[in-house]
Design a protein around this ligand. Structure first.
Ligand code: 4AD
Ligand code: MG
Length: 433
């Protein structure tokens, strides 16, 4: 017999199901347990006299999380969860589980996040937790579909590098034979290089490493970056437009394909209509009225981002907002500056319910201007030989964005901690499992 998922059982038929033992009850001559597989649960009911004695004996010997296979008849049963049960004809134990379990998987006892993460594969047997990753899988698919529908070309760039163009403090050094190398902190250089190579529109979804000693609910030392870069843009609004369509597509796709998971998590999603675009100056004025001051030349802090998020929700009815024209002092040298306003950059952040999910910009593509900008930041452009070369043989005006997949999942589902949104988080403390 072919194996069936518990969600696809029809009363009156024979079925073979496989999964894990969750709750069980023994009323003497009547024994039940729930079998859980990745699609749900089904009750297995063994009544003395109606099932073989050997089956009854096996049921008696079962403990929670034993991995088993059950063959039997599917019947309607009003009192059972989902309205059906299986009357077993044979039960095979595929692998016994140790007792006690290190964490309570589906029960009443909530374990702390650290303990859950220490036992992550067991923690993920809880349907509420695995739902996050089924949704994440769809977010990934939605991104890939979106980029292809917009004619972006997928690229894979090296994660072993010599240096980045973001701040050097965040690099993880590695021993590379007899030299020093670093884990990639962003595909920035390479995605710009591939625009200059003539691909025009490229994207990459890959690991990003940041040696940040941040202990927050939004920072990891290894996360999944969604990066895109596009040539022949008019200005940064073209880049924001792509972000807006991408986010709309992701939310719509998840809404349409993850109904059950969203219900399990008690989350309802709203597809954004129009994501408002505020200059940092406008955001500063709005925040000032609410008593929050962002000093000139500074970025909004997390508290300001949160407050801005709730103000935008109130004013525009949207959960997302673009904030643009970040101060030159705070942005990397490769961000373009608008004509006549060297204090700001043609850059933006995308903020979802008060959390930054993306940073993007129009890049400076004019070699001489870029060289001057680097110098202002104390960098010699020509010492970054491979990066400098991109701008010397015909480089189109271009721009792009880096988004965090983990942050998107966190914000979309309203999770309290980014560690909930990643299978096996890495942070300054955690290197296992
Ligand atoms: O804002 P970031 O540092 O920007 C860049 O890497 C630029 N190269 C992007 C560009 O194209 N201009 O990182 C981009 C995004 C952030 O908005 C955030 O979503 C995520 O990556 N991110 C992190 N996610 C988890 N943990 C961390 N430590 C993160 N740092 C950044
Ligand atoms: Mg950023």
């Amino acid at each position: 017999m072919k194996r069936t998922y518990t969600s696809r059982l029809t009363p009156g038929s024979k079925a073979l199901v496989m999964g894990w033992v969750s709750h069980s009850r023994d009323l003497g001559g009547l024994k039940f347990f729930l079998l859980r597989d990745r699609e749900g649960h089904v009750q297995v009911t063994a009544k003395k006299g109606s099932v073989p004695d050997s089956v009854l004996k096996t049921v008696e010997s079962l403990s929670r999380e034993d991995c088993i296979s059950v063959a039997g008849t599917v019947k309607e049963a009003k009192q059972a969860p989902g309205g059906i049960e299986i009357i077993p004809e044979s039960i095979e134990i595929l692998s016994k589980s140790n007792t006690p379990l290190p964490i309570d998987i589906e029960g009443k006892i909530e374990s702390g996040l650290d303990k859950r993460l220490d036992n992550r594969f067991l923690d993920l047997r809880n349907p509420k937790h695995s739902a996050i990753f089924r949704i994440r899988s769809h977010v990934f698919k939605a991104c890939v579909d979106f980029f292809h529908s917009e004619e972006f070309i997928n690229i894979n760039t090296p994660k072993i590098t010599v240096a980045g163009v973001e701040s050097g403090a965040e690099l993880f050094p590695i021993v590379y034979f007899n030299r020093e190398a670093f884990l990639s902190q962003s595909p920035q250089i390479y995605k710009q290089m591939m625009v200059a190579a003539g691909f025009e529109k490229v994207y990459e979804i890959a690991p990003v490493f940041r040696a940040e000693k941040s202990h927050t609910t939004r920072h990891l030392t290894e996360f999944t970056g969604i990066d895109f870069e596009m040539g022949f843009i008019r200005d940064m609004n073209d880049v924001m437009d792509v972000n807006e369509r991408l986010i709309r597509h992701i939310v719509k796709h998840v809404k349409e394909n993850c109904g059950r998971e969203l219900e399990t998590m008690g989350v309802s999603l709203r597809v954004p209509k129009k994501i408002p675009r505020l200059s940092l100056e406008e955001a500063r004025t709005l925040l000032f009225k609410k008593g929050k001051k962002i000093p000139e030349g500074e970025d909004p802090d997390p508290e300001a981002e949160k407050l801005l998020g709730s103000m935008v929700k109130e004013k525009y009815g949207e959960e997302l907002v673009f904030v643009y024209h970040y101060p030159w002092e705070k942005r990397p040298f490769y961000h373009m500056r608008p004509d006549g306003n060297p204090k700001v950059t043609e850059s933006f952040d995308l903020i979802w319910n008060g959390v930054e999910i993306a940073t993007g910009a129009q890049r400076e593509h004019r070699y001489d201007v870029l060289k001057r900008q680097a110098k202002e930041k104390g960098i010699d452009l020509d010492s970054m030989k491979d990066y400098a070369a991109i701008f010397r043989y015909g480089c189109p005006p271009h721009g792009g964005t880096g988004l965090g997949l983990d942050r998107i999942v966190e914000c979309m589902l309203g999770l309290k901690n980014i560690r909930e949104a990643i299978l096996l988080p890495r942070d300054p403390e955690r290197l296992t499992p």
